[in-house]
Ligand binder design. Structure first.
Ligand SMILES: C[S@@+](CC[C@H](N)C(=O)[O-])C[C@H]1O[C@@H](n2cnc3c(N)ncnc32)[C@H](O)[C@@H]1O
Length: 267
């Protein structure tokens, strides 16, 4: 059972309001786990009041980064849960190209964190021969994560699932071999945009949307609202892929059909 009441106090409410005002992150839409992490960090930093906590975060970009990292809202990797990706490459994208009769598919990585997911999509779009003039849309609420994403430089542990032929073809390695940078060809295939999926109007007409490991942090009500918005954002015959712990139980009510594990389609 989600219990955020342990953290309810007028001071915490004010902290959340102020945080929302500066970075647009509304903690009220998130479940207990996130509130626990907010408070663990407050204890670790040995901060006594919420005012002091807020001033620390808002006055120092490094502290804000540390705060968001601690919520682990940004963890990602290339080709995370790789079987899903090979299904997109071998079945879903070719089928969509066939159905649409062209190569200009609209793909969206919603909650793209530091870029691993949209670049993985961009690599598949190159592999499948999609038209590069329609870039993958990559959105996240976190400006800092988007700045890292735009650089496109990663450590070995983040690319561990990438097949060697993709590493050779779509990445360059630094001289000391410690970092991997996605090639300009792949960078050009992605457009990054700041977007708050709770408040901002959704774009539409997508053939494939990935929203993975984002809604796990949201309350049930917020999740239901978001899935409806994702349904509306799909073109007919389009697909929504969710994270591998995020089965949508009420998918039929929303209008979806099941298209395999964690994959849903709008007929
Ligand atoms: C754990 S990462 C998931 C990254 C990637 N989708 C994956 O599965 O590897 C979750 C991302 O969701 C973003 N996020 C959280 N709340 C959001 C919101 N309201 N609107 C847009 N993005 C949000 C976070 O900033 C974070 O980058």
């Amino acid at each position: 059972m989600e219990d955020t009441n342990v953290y309810s106090s007028p001071e915490y409410e004010e902290f959340k309001r102020k945080l929302c005002r500066i970075i647009g992150l509304d903690l009220n839409s998130y479940k207990a786990q996130i509130h626990r992490r907010v408070h663990m960090l407050k204890d670790r930093w040995n901060v006594k009041t919420y005012d002091e906590y807020f001033n620390m975060i808002s006055g120092d970009d490094k502290k804000l980064r540390e705060f968001l990292d601690h919520l682990t809202i940004n963890v990602s990797e290339f080709f995370r849960n790789d079987k899903q990706w090979w299904k997109l490459r071998d079945q879903i994208i070719p089928e969509l190209m066939h159905k649409r009769g062209h190569k200009r598919l609209k793909l969206w990585s919603a909650g793209c964190a530091t870029g691993e997911e949209p670049y993985s999509l961009a690599i598949l779009s190159a592999v499948c021969g999609l038209d590069a003039s329609v870039p993958v849309l990559a959105c996240d609420i976190d400006q800092g994560a988007l700045a890292i994403a735009q650089k496109g430089v990663y450590l070995k542990r983040q690319i561990i699932n990438a097949p060697p032929e993709y590493l050779n073809r779509y990445f360059t390695t630094s001289d000391n071999g410690e970092t991997y940078e996605v090639t300009p060809e792949i960078k050009r295939r992605v457009t990054f945009r700041r977007f708050n999926m709770i408040d901002d109007p959704f774009p539409s007409g997508f053939d494939l949307i990935l929203c993975r490991n984002v809604v796990i942090y949201f309350t049930m009500d917020t999740k239901a609202l978001l899935y409806q918005k994702f349904y509306n954002a799909l073109a007919s015959g389009g697909y929504l892929l969710v994270g591998s712990t995020e089965q949508i139980f009420e998918y039929k009510k929303l209008g979806f059909e099941n298209a395999g594990p964690f994959l849903y389609t709008r007929k």
